[in-house]
Design a protein around this ligand. Structure first.
Ligand code: DX5
Ligand code: ZN
Length: 227
């Protein structure tokens, strides 16, 4: 049984000129409050899109007390990930496809006080990274090809979620399972049933009239689907 589902709105779908206010929209009290804020860092090399980097994250850390979940879609995370942990990000996720020494990255992230996350693209098998994952706190299963918000959910990746959930339940892994891409009111229940703990949602939150209400509605769907 997974724990209380966590909702992590992705600011990729927010208004970049008003990021502080956009985070405040999901930082209210009670059910409308996000659990984490998901920050997509893209370098136009690992993915064909460019977003923001460490200076923006440093400013966001001053603007909110919500935990920042930094998803690094960048080449050479061995060099760059540590800065996000040292800045105070709650969870720093690197891509398995981009990391040269992911075990060292995890150790360094943890030593800097952050949780360490490992992400796999839709076509990347979990089996190749199981030993590495023993050093990590979160597993981010991509349910779209990384790079852009608003894409359609790839349901096939739920096999990886189920496999990870089984490994957690049998004590072979100790990670929180996170999913990212195409999560909305139509897809969150199947992801929750498969065993996801943390749901990233960009367009489903920031494309909504009231982002806080969207957070509450998504969490509610996940809670009921888990049972
Ligand atoms: C895509 C990013 C996602 C993105 C999800 O590469 O990693 O976090 O913001 O957006 P939606 O929820 O719209 O698919
Ligand atoms: Zn992301």
């Amino acid at each position: 049984m997974a724990h209380r589902p966590l909702i992590a709105p992705s600011i990729l779908s927010a208004d970049f000129a008003r990021l502080g206010d956009e985070i405040q929209a999901v930082a209210g009290d009670g059910d409308t409050r996000a659990d984490w804020v998901h920050v997509d860092v893209m370098d136009a090399h690992f993915v064909p899109n460019l977003t923001l980097g460490l200076p923006v994250v440093q400013s966001l850390l001053k603007a909110t007390d919500l935990p920042l979940d930094c998803h690094l879609m960048i080449d050479d995370p061995d060099r760059w990930a540590i800065g996000y942990a040292e800045a105070g990000a709650y969870n720093v996720t690197v891509h398995a496809e981009a990391a040269t020494d992911p075990v060292k990255i995890a150790k360094d992230l943890r030593a800097a006080g952050a949780k360490a996350g490992l992400s796999v693209k839709p076509g990347t098998p979990l089996e190749d990274h199981l030993d590495t994952l023993k050093h990590y706190d979160t597993l981010l299963v991509m349910s779209v090809e990384p790079g852009f918000g608003g894409q359609s959910f790839i349901a096939e990746v739920l096999d990886k979620v189920r496999a990870a959930r089984r490994l957690v339940e049998t004590g072979h892994l100790n990670v929180l399972v996170e999913i990212d891409g195409g999560i909305n009111a139509d897809t969150i229940e199947q992801a929750a049933e498969a065993g996801v703990d943390c749901f990233v949602a960009g367009s489903a939150v920031y494309g909504a009239e009231d982002p806080g209400k969207a957070v509450a509605a998504l969490r509610d769907l996940a809670v009921h689907a888990q049972r």
